[in-house]
Design a protein around this ligand. Structure first.
Ligand code: ADP
Ligand code: ASP
Ligand code: MG
Length: 403
């Protein structure tokens, strides 16, 4: 069997943890299996690199950021290979150039295009444990790229897909995927299984336990994922295609995204093409928007509000300010003190009243809703940051998601 194992930052945070990872890999290897390991940077090293960069330049070029980021993962793979060597097991560490792992050109948010498997296969045939840097790739200019924060999960799933692995295990600092972030909702319950679609929504809506593109890719290539702790032997959560009917709940989880900001465009012309032009200038800058609300027009104008990720706020505001004449709006406002709270569940489709129940819960807790967005399997509301964790716990209890 070929097993891909990915270990996140906390799992390789120090010497003891690195040896713990090495020992787990050896146990797999000694069963006769081929083992490919994907690692993140140690602990919070990626955050430390960002802080270092900002000391030099508060707005560093993205290419240079990626050049800097890659040393984090390179450090953990080489140290882990050294730990394996110390324990007497053959291992080799590989970075994105050595794999090679080809991506699109966008620094800081590249997508994997093609992964060469020849070198990895050759090393596996040589009975080595192969340790690959997560998060990084190379583009057509022969530069390093990175896949976006948390992107090592996506590296692992991509490798599992191209190598046709028998299992892809994501080791982290919690026991699996929970009904809500267990650090924010103490009563959250661990799920035994969750579907790709539900996990995709949870991940996209703020549940940082898996990089959302890793789930997208797992679904596309039908790679079952197991999310589990690197610190114990508990079973973890299986992320896969279909849920067993028995286990199907109306709501599978609650997610919070405190990284969302709201922009309001006031007094834009109420005529065909306004929304198109507005969102087109943002799209051309590569800025994603999420919840969108448009008011009813009056006196020939209307207001449009939407959310963007915090890191895009400045860029979005500047882009709109520069296009004010073309778009013809009166003013712009932004609000950073907002958070997106979402409930997700495939069972919602066939159960009316889920939205009403969520809104009633927020009303009972005196929490105001700023914006609402829904799809077949999710309901998202925008609330004030100060209310967010309280709202999350209240909604979680209302749907009886806890133990
Ligand atoms: P790693 O470094 O291993 O990739 P991350 O910090 O990226 O770890 O992801 C694990 C964290 O995700 C947990 O510590 C937890 O706080 C958070 N998290 C958010 N939502 C959930 C959820 N629904 N289930 C489990 N963990 C969650
Ligand atoms: N080290 C990178 C980050 O902190 C990638 C990852 O951990 O998945 O975002
Ligand atoms: Mg992660």
């Amino acid at each position: 069997m070929l097993i891909v194992k990915k270990f996140g930052g906390t799992s390789v945070a120090d010497k003891e943890r690195i040896f713990n990872v090495a020992e787990r890999c050896i146990r797999e290897y000694e069963k006769g299996n081929d083992v490919v390991v994907v690692l993140s940077a140690m602990g919070k090293y990626t955050d430390e690199l960002i802080a270092k960069a900002r000391e030099i330049n508060p707005n560093p070029p993205r290419r240079e950021m990626d050049m800097l980021f890659t040393i984090g993962e390179q450090m953990s793979v080489s140290l882990t290979a050294m730990a394996l060597a110390k324990l007497g097991v053959r291992a080799v560490s590989l970075n994105a150039f050595q794999v090679p792992m080809n991506t699109t050109s966008i620094y800081g948010n590249a997508r994997i295009k093609k992964v060469d498997t020849e070198r990895i296969r050759h090393e596996l045939e040589d009975r080595k444990i192969v340790i690959v840097t997560g998060f990084q790739g190379i583009n057509k200019y022969n530069d390093y790229t990175t896949l976006g924060r948390g992107g090592s999960d996506t590296t692992a799933v991509a490798l599992a897909a191209v190598l046709n692995a028998d299992a892809c295990e994501i080791y982290t600092d919690v026991d699996g995927v929970y009904t809500a972030d267990p650090r924010l909702v103490p009563r959250a319950r661990k799920l035994d299984t969750i579907t790709y679609d539900e996990m995709l929504d949870l991940a996209a809506l703020g549940a940082g336990v898996l990089h959302n593109r890793s789930v997208e890719m797992a679904k596309k290539y039908n790679v079952p994922l197991v999310v589990r702790s690197s610190l114990n032997e508990h079973e973890g959560t299986l992320v896969r295609g279909v849920a067993k009917k028995m286990e199907r709940m109306i709501i599978s989880g609650v997610a919070l995204d405190e990284n969302a900001d709201r922009i309001s465009v006031i007094g834009i012309r109420d005529q065909p093409g306004s929304a198109f032009k507005l969102f087109n200038v943002l799209a051309k800058k590569g800025i994603n928007v999420d919840i969108i609300i448009q008011s009813i027009g009056r006196h020939g104008t209307k207001d449009i509000a939407f959310t963007v990720a915090h890191e895009n706020l400045r860029d979005a505001m500047e882009t709109l300010e520069n296009s004010q004449d073309m778009l013809g709006f009166e003013s712009l406002e932004c609000n950073e003190d907002v958070a997106k709270l979402s409930i997700v569940g495939a069972g919602m489709m066939s159960n009316p009243g889920v939205a009403a129940k969520m809104f009633e819960c927020l009303y009972n807790n005196n929490i105001n809703i700023n914006m609402i967005a829904t799809s077949e399997i999710r309901i998202t509301v925008l609330v004030a940051v100060k209310d967010a964790v309280r709202a999350m716990n209240a909604v979680h209890d209302t749907f009886c998601l806890g133990d």
